[in-house]
Every structure is written in structure tokens, then in C-alpha cells.
Design a protein around this ligand. Structure first.
Ligand code: SF4
Ligand code: SF4
Ligand code: SF4
Ligand code: FES
Length: 545
């Protein structure tokens, strides 16, 4: 037997064991991408790097056998940084969008392609659930939003953007017209109370997400009616009051208390609220530095001074959002502020260290060329370039037709991809090593298995699995260096190459380079009230973006 220490924990293992297997026995997790138990390690990704304390060398845990007296470190800053660099090098030639461009462009980061898919499937209840995961006021925003999502829509490169905003409005209107409009579930009562001062878009969204997190909420509103600038600045024509009232009613139905005609303009009034409530969310809209100072808070040029990452004011337990911070901004930006601040307040009320929500990993293709647009068109349901114009009077047929124009740009492995997971965990920056990228392309559209070369990290696992299973045709690498590519020999089809082990190869592929054509993405939008996976770690490491 061989004695070895990993992170100062001792193990006695048979000679010939790999470090990675010993670490697993000790319950120490080491990231891997190119390694699969039962197959000879290719040590191509270097994501499993550890440090041999005695030699000072950085070595791949998957491809290194144990030696007597070995002492291995997995948790040092040096190891962390090497792993992150390994990921960043892989990402430098990666061609994929973890999340769709429209999702990025939307300040509330709604899962737009999922909503479009649900509309197309005539699953409107599911569609409103998707919408309301990220947007508290979809019927209102469907009327007053300047549609930044559509500016980011990839379909624009082919003809015109998908009418995302009108479709969101359609889903929301259809929901409000039912006897039982959708109310999202709320977590059990936390016993904590939050005062939301002001009830414009940021206050409404803040209350919505705070209630969903289980906190008691009270609107403290200076006017006779809720709505803030939605009521005072939007015309009746743009935003009919019955729509505004109906959507506000939905938020109040979540169990928000009301304290109307109560202005908060002085430090004494804020003191009293702070005394009465566990936290205060200020959402009072555009103001002046003088008025901020009257509240006993620090002013900035455009309003109140907050930590931009956490919406915290200089007073503990007092947070601020919306136009109070920036003087002027899109309604959707204010609504997104409310959602993000609620998440921060949730951490505060739980007594956790407040972490910024700023970092969420995503690989992005960026600007695409016209040839690449053709590739997306080839994969879309509606390839013809005609632009249906339904105005805002959608029926289900029109809405389905419009939704079918979507390219579904979100990666099929989003939420289920090892490269994405570890990149998020290590705070990898996909742009750290800019390189000319390969063109986006999908090979094997006629097969049940798709191959996306731009997402392949050349781990060789699919080739080895096919070989071990004695696939008659199998897969091989062709080309050299940057241009090396997994290919089917003799120009064969993927289905022929993987006649026995297609499912094993797709499951083993650490990215979405191999995927089943019929696979449809399930909901990945989760309530953002918990710390996103990896964010805590990312926030604690040096240089995390
Ligand atoms: S393969 Fe993984 S990292 Fe690449 S785009 Fe898809 S989810 Fe993101
Ligand atoms: S084509 Fe669909 S998924 Fe892609 S950006 Fe447009 S709406 Fe989003
Ligand atoms: S396609 Fe094959 S070589 Fe490429 S990442 Fe997937 S399993 Fe690895
Ligand atoms: S080098 Fe070890 S998992 Fe890739």
C-alpha cells in the first residue's frame, strides 16, 4: 500500500491509484472535464491541476499515479488560479451562448427562449410562470418597455427581431384575463418584516420578490394609490389604468400590507421605520441630494449614494433602488433593481454576509456573421424571412407563429454543462484570452446527434467510448492544432458513427458539443433568491470578475 496526503488528509491506497480517485475516496472534489473513470486519461484540459508539495510541480490529478509519501495540495490560490486559467484557455476558443443574447440584453434576465417555446406549445400557464420568475410586472412592461431584449435578438440579423415584448404582453394579458391569474409561490414566513417606501416599478418588484422569499412586506406610499411613476409619468394611452391596477393587485394579493398617504422625508421618519422593520427598501423615485441628506443618508450626484453591487446605503439595513439612484432610467431597469435588491435583503435578513450578485458566468458568441445567421436559420422552425406583423392583437396562432421565429439561442446544455459549471465556480472570464473564433456551425442536422465543433474541447471521450464499444465506424480526430475536429470517418453520418453508444457519448461530453437533436431545454430559470451556484466562492477568491 502507498501512503499519501491530500490537503493534509491521509490515505493508504493500492499502488497505481490515480490521485483523482484517492481524492474522491477522501471526499475532496477536484474538477474534471476530459477525464472519465474507466478510460485512459488524456490530460488535455488541465482543469484537475493539483500541486505536489514535495516537488513543487503542478500536475494533473487524473493522469498522475500516487507515490509513497506524496503530499498534494488542492486548495491553494496557485492551484485555483491555474485551474481558472485552464478554463479561460478553453473558453478562448469556445463558440456558444450559455444564455441567449436576448436574455443578456434584458435587465431582468428573463428566460425568453423558454417563454417562446411555451407559447409555441400553447402552454400559456407555463409561459406566465417563466415570465413571472423574473418579471413582476409583465403586462405593464409589455406596454412601456423600450425593448432592450429585442435590440439584442439574434433573429434581427436575418430579418427582424422576434416580437419578444409583445409576446410577453400577450402571455401576461391572457393570464390576467383568466379567473385565476398566476400567483407565484412564497416561501414560508421568515418572521422578518420589510418596509418598501414607494410603489413605482422598483418598489413593486422589490415587494414581489421579498414576499416570495417569505418576508412580510408593507408598502409605505405617499400617494392615495400605488404605482408611483407608472401612474404619474405614463399616459393612459400607453398604460391603461385597468392594466396597471390589475397587475398591482396581483402583487398586493401576495400579501403585502399597505400604509398609504405616508411620506418619508426626514431622518426621524426613517429612524422610526428602521425601528419598526427589519429592513427598509427605499424606492421613492427621482430626488435631489438635499432631500437625501434630510433622510440622514449620503447623497450622490444623481440622488442617493449606494454600494452599486448591493444597493446598500450608508445606513445598515437601509437599501435603495430605481430612479432614486440614477435620476432617470428604463422602467425595466428599475424593476430589475427591485428584484436584485430583494435578493440582497434576503441575504441580509438571513444574517448572511452580503454578496454581490454581479458575477454569473456565461460564454457568449457575440456578433455573428451572415453565414452564421444562415446556420441559425437552418435550425429554426420558421426559416422564411417574411416578418409577420400582428401589431399587439395576438391570438394563439399569431403568437405561436411569431414565437417559432426564435432561434432558441440558449445552449442546450445550459444548467447541465461541466464547462459552464466549473467556469462559474472558478470565476472564469471568457474574454481573458481573446482569439479569433471559429465560425458557429452545427454538423449532423440530418442525424439524431448534433455536433457543434465550436463547443468541443477535444477531450477525446467520445472517440474513446466509441472505440471501447467497438463501434464499426466510430469517431476520430482530423486536422491539426486549432483546426483539429472530431469527425466521422469516410464522411459518414453521426448516427452511423455512434450506432451503439450515442447516449453514452452525449452524456459523457463535458459540453454541448454532442447533443440529441430532439432534446428540448427544460426550465432553467430558478428563483434568484438563493445565492447562485459558485457565487459565494467566486466572491471570496482574489480577482474574481
Ligand atoms: S457548452 Fe456549456 S459553456 Fe458552452 S455555451 Fe453551452 S452551456 Fe455554455
Ligand atoms: S432568436 Fe430567440 S433566443 Fe435568440 S436572441 Fe432572439 S428571441 Fe432570444
Ligand atoms: S465532442 Fe467529443 S471530444 Fe468534443 S468535447 Fe464532446 S466528448 Fe469531448
Ligand atoms: S486533465 Fe485531468 S480532467 Fe482534464
Amino acid at each position: 500500500m502507498v501512503k499519501i496526503k491530500i490537503d493534509n488528509r491521509e490515505a493508504e491506497v493500492p499502488p497505481g491509484s490515480n490521485i483523482i480517485d484517492v481524492a474522491e475516496q477522501l471526499g475532496i472534489e477536484i474538477p474534471t472535464l476530459c477525464y472519465l473513470k474507466g478510460y485512459e486519461p488524456s490530460t488535455s484540459c488541465q482543469v484537475c491541476t493539483v500541486k505536489d508539495r514535495r516537488t513543487g510541480r503542478l500536475i494533473p490529478a487524473c493522469g498522475t499515479k500516487v507515490a509513497d509519501g506524496m503530499e498534494i495540495d488542492c486548495e491553494t490560490d496557485e492551484v485555483f488560479n491555474v485551474r481558472r486559467t485552464a478554463l479561460e484557455l478553453l473558453l478562448s476558443e469556445h463558440v456558444g451562448d450559455c444564455r441567449a443574447p436576448c436574455d443578456f440584453a434584458c435587465p431582468a434576465h428573463m428566460d425568453i427562449p423558454l417563454m417562446l417555446q411555451q407559447i409555441s406549445d400553447e402552454e400559456l400557464r407555463s409561459a406566465i410562470m417563466t415570465v413571472k420568475e423574473d418579471i413582476a410586472l409583465p403586462a405593464i412592461l409589455g406596454r412601456v418597455c423600450p425593448k432592450p431584449c429585442e435590440k439584442g435578438c439574434r433573429r434581427k440579423g436575418a430579418d427582424s427581431p422576434v416580437a419578444i415584448c409583445d409576446l410577453k404582453r400577450y402571455v401576461a394579458d391572457m393570464d390576467l384575463a383568466t379567473d385565476d391569474p398566476y400567483l407565484p409561490p412564497c416561501k414560508p414566513d421568515s418572521g422578518k418584516r420589510v418596509a418598501v417606501v414607494g410603489s413605482g416599478p422598483s418598489g413593486l418588484a422589490g415587494a414581489y420578490y421579498l414576499r416570495r422569499a417569505g418576508h412580510a412586506c408593507t408598502f409605505v406610499e405617499k400617494n392615495e394609490q400605488l404605482g408611483g411613476r407608472l401612474r404619474t409619468e405614463e399616459s393612459e394611452e400607453d398604460l391603461p389604468r385597468d392594466v396597471l391596477d390589475a397587475e398591482i393587485k396581483q402583487i398586493v394579493r401576495l400579501g403585502v400590507d399597505l400604509r398609504m398617504q405616508t411620506a418619508v422625508t426626514s431622518k426621524e421618519q426613517l429612524d422610526a421605520l428602521r425601528e419598526e422593520f427589519d429592513a427598509v427598501l427605499l424606492a421613492i423615485g427621482k430626488t435631489t441630494p438635499e432631500k437625501v441628506e434630510l433622510l440622514g443618508l449620503r447623497a450622490a450626484k444623481k440622488g442617493i449614494d449606494v454600494d452599486k453591487e448591493t444597493y446598500s446605503t450608508n445606513r445598515r439595513g437601509v437599501f435603495a433602488v430605481g430612479n432614486l439612484l440614477r435620476g432617470k432610467g428604463m422602467v425595466v431597469r428599475s424593476a430589475a433593481d427591485g428584484k436584485e435588491a430583494a435578493c440582497i435583503i434576503d441575504q441580509f435578513l438571513a444574517g448572511k454576509r452580503i454578496l454581490s450578485l454581479g458575477y454569473e458566468f456565461s460564454s457568449r458568441i457575440g456578433r455573428v456573421e451572415s453565414g452564421e445567421i444562415d446556420e441559425f436559420l437552418a435550425g429554426s422552425i420558421t426559416a422564411e424571412l417574411a416578418v409577420p406583423d400582428f401589431g399587439t392583437n395576438y391570438d394563439q396562432n399569431d403568437a405561436g407563429e411569431q414565437s417559432d421565429r426564435c432561434f432558441d439561442c440558449t445552449c442546450s446544455s445550459h444548467g447541465n454543462c461541466k464547462l459552464e459549471y466549473w467556469s462559474e465556480f472558478y470565476g472564469a472570464n471568457p474574454n481573458r484570452y481573446p482569439r479569433e473564433r471559429r465560425a458557429y456551425e452545427v454538423i449532423g442536422r440530418e442525424s439524431s446527434v448534433f455536433f457543434e465543433p465550436g463547443k468541443c474541447i477535444k477531450c477525446e471521450l467520445c472517440i474513446k467510448i466509441a472505440e471501447k464499444a467497438s463501434e464499426p465506424l466510430g469517431l476520430t480526430f482530423v486536422g491539426r492544432g486549432f483546426d483539429v475536429l472530431v469527425s466521422v470517418p469516410f464522411d459518414g453520418q453521426m448516427d452511423d458513427a455512434l450506432s451503439k453508444v450515442a447516449a453514452d457519448c452525449v452524456a459523457a461530453c463535458p459540453t454541448a458539443a454532442l447533443s440529441f437533436a430532439e432534446k428540448r431545454r427544460g426550465p432553467t430559470a430558478v428563483v434568484q433568491l438563493d445565492i447562485p451556484v459558485g457565487a459565494e466562492e467566486a466572491a471570496q477568491v482574489p480577482n474574481a470578475p
